[in-house]
Design a protein around this ligand. Structure first.
Ligand SMILES: [Zn+2]
Length: 86
């Protein structure tokens, strides 16, 4: 141990706050390790929020943006369904 100080330790298992999948995956590359509460896929690809990045501070910014997009999409979907079903 102690040979790879670049990456944080593998997080405890968690469910992605956006897609609900169990993370992290066993085979997950350490450079693409999921940060709770959002999986790598949702964080990087789910919301087209710019190029894929592995920089921790950029990843955090992407997570926040992805969460905010997911929340606003969820909210507008609910409003739409309430309007439809009255
Ligand atoms: Zn996800």
């Amino acid at each position: 141990m102690g040979l790879m100080p670049i990456y944080p330790p593998r997080p405890d298992p968690f469910e992605c706050a956006i897609c609900g999948k169990q993370q992290p995956l066993q085979w997950c590359d350490m450079s693409q390790m999921d940060y709770p509460p959002i999986c790598w896929t949702c964080e990087q690809y789910g919301w087209r929020l710019g190029p894929v990045t592995r920089k921790p501070d950029m990843r955090l910014a992407k997570q926040i943006a992805a969460l905010s997009e997911a929340l606003s999409e969820e909210a507008s979907r609910k409003i739409y369904e309430e309007a439809r079903h009255g």
